[in-house]
Design a protein. Structure first.
Length: 136
């Protein structure tokens, strides 16, 4: 009986975690057409611009007000046998990130972001490559 209770508890929690992900928008495009994650009290939106570059918007809790003020992004791109840092620079209201020459997102497995939005640090968020929206 105890094992049955533990199994049911795990199943219920797993279901709630998946529903929580959809509640934060991982199943639909963000305001800039990108992919959304929630690292804390704000959202990140990743938009791939080509095979070496991508943009990261730091949005508020309501997917609005992108900012670079008092903010930063550390981006790491994972390949089959190595991890490579991407160079991220603030633009008007987003961060422009670029891989080193000779590296391509085509052969990458994942982009990891360590975001800070207006002095609020978020947890590490990961985007599997190729980018795609979560299915219901």
């Amino acid at each position: 009986m105890n094992a049955l209770f533990k199994g049911a508890t795990v199943l219920i929690i797993s279901s709630l975690v998946n529903l929580q992900a959809f509640a934060h928008g991982e199943d639909k495009p963000g305001p800039n057409g990108g992919y959304i994650r929630m690292p804390g009290g704000f959202h990140t939106e990743l938009v791939q611009t080509n095979n070496q570059k991508f943009k990261v918007y730091l949005l508020d809790i309501n997917w609005q007000n992108p900012t670079v003020k008092d903010s930063s992004i550390e981006a790491t791109v994972s390949f089959k046998s190595e991890n490579t840092a991407a160079s991220c620079k603030p633009e008007d209201n987003f961060f422009s990130c670029e891989l080193p020459k000779g590296k391509s997102l085509k052969s990458a497995k994942e982009i990891s972001l360590k975001p800070v939005r207006e002095k609020m640090a978020g947890i590490l968020v990961k985007y599997d490559l190729p980018l795609r929206f979560s299915a219901h």
